[in-house]
Design a protein around this ligand. Structure first.
Ligand code: NAP
Length: 293
């Protein structure tokens, strides 16, 4: 029995759809039944599900809002996941947790390795980093996947924002000096379930424990991502707006974003034989679904 948290989110939804399609027994929980800000709901959800594996897809993901909502961000990204890790540790089961490229400051100038020092630039990244460290200090069977630029046809994300904005405006200005890799929630869900399958097949191995980078393959900028979104939308008959490149300085936000948060995903391939598809390969499917919603 797999327990999936954050079922209403992009990743939680993708995991639930895949587990349903595979006919794998799972329990998917979300607020209010499972709420990191109400610790008793964690224990109840865990005891009700009696899981053999927990996948934590729940998080506080509002990057800018976290600057002024620090207690909630800490509860969802640090102390809540730590409590979940403790429950998994007591039950001696694996815990797959999801983290972010925003644990890095983006100044390395090359794809980050798992072993690179962290240096979050805001509260969101700091709480996610604290969550990683607390989980690793607690759980012998923890796998932490750092991902980035998650999008899907379900929920709020950059691709949906672009499609909606493009419906209203003939010209969009998009930041062209932040580098990273879009990650389709479904591709990340597939990677997580491939890891779960490997654990099931081999039994838990001590070498599995640790942090892994798990993004789509390839790289781009937000401007490159937006341009590709509209290229795909145009193929479906959607009038493409002009996408003008701007710099980060032209688009100030409460939290400074890393300018280059590309993640090196080699370790995931080496240990689990898992790699996510090229980001451009999955994009047409998601754009098509987004156009229908
Ligand atoms: N989105 C990205 O671009 C991105 C980038 C890098 C890493 N990540 C990481 O990837 C993982 C999945 O992200 P996502 O994009 O699927 O996030 P998402 O769509 O924002 O979903 C977040 C989920 O967490 C739930 N949640 C929020 N507050 C909660 C609380 N107090 N207690 C319990 N659940 C709560 C949400 O429930 P409600 O529906 O009730 O709010 C939702 O189900 C997260 O760990 C995130 O940090 C995401």
């Amino acid at each position: 029995m797999i327990l999936v948290t954050g079922a209403s989110g992009q990743l939680g939804d993708a995991l639930s759809r895949r587990l349903t399609a595979r006919d794998t027994p799972f329990t998917a929980v979300q607020r209010p039944a499972f709420d990191f800000e109400k610790p008793e709901t964690l224990t109840t959800s865990f005891e009700d599900a009696r899981p053999t594996l927990v996948i934590n897809a729940a998080a506080y993901t509002a990057v800018d809002k976290a600057e002024t909502d620090q207690a909630a961000a800490k509860a969802c990204n640090h102390t809540g996941p730590l409590a979940l890790a403790k429950l998994c540790e007591a039950a001696d089961i694996p815990f797959i947790h999801v983290s972010t490229d925003y644990v890095f400051d983006g100044d390395k100038g090359a794809p980050y390795l798992e072993s690179d020092p962290t240096g979050p630039t805001g509260v969101y990244g700091a709480t996610k980093r604290d969550g990683e460290e607390a989980i690793l200090a607690t759980s012998a069977k923890a796998i932490i996947l750092r991902t980035a630029w998650v999008y899907s046809a379900h929920g709020k994300n950059f691709a949906r924002t672009m499609i909606n904005a493009g419906r209203k405006m003939p010209v969009l200005r998009v930041v062209a000096d932040q580098h990273g890799t879009p990650t389709a929630a479904g591709d990340l869900a597939d990677a997580i379930l491939a890891i779960a399958d490997k654990i099931e097949a081999t039994g838990w191995q001590a070498a599995y424990r640790g942090i892994y980078h798990a993004t789509g393959s390839g790289e781009t900028t937000w401007h490159g991502f937006a341009t590709a979104i509209f290229e795909n939308a145009a193929k479906l008959g959607y009038p493409a707006p002009e996408v003008q490149p701007i710099s980060t300085a032209d688009w100030p936000t409460p939290t400074r974003r890393p300018s280059d948060s590309r993640l090196d995903c080699t370790k995931l391939k080496q240990v689990f034989g898992v790699s996510l598809p090229e980001w451009r390969a999955t994009l047409p499917l998601i754009v098509s679904d987004l156009m229908d919603t």
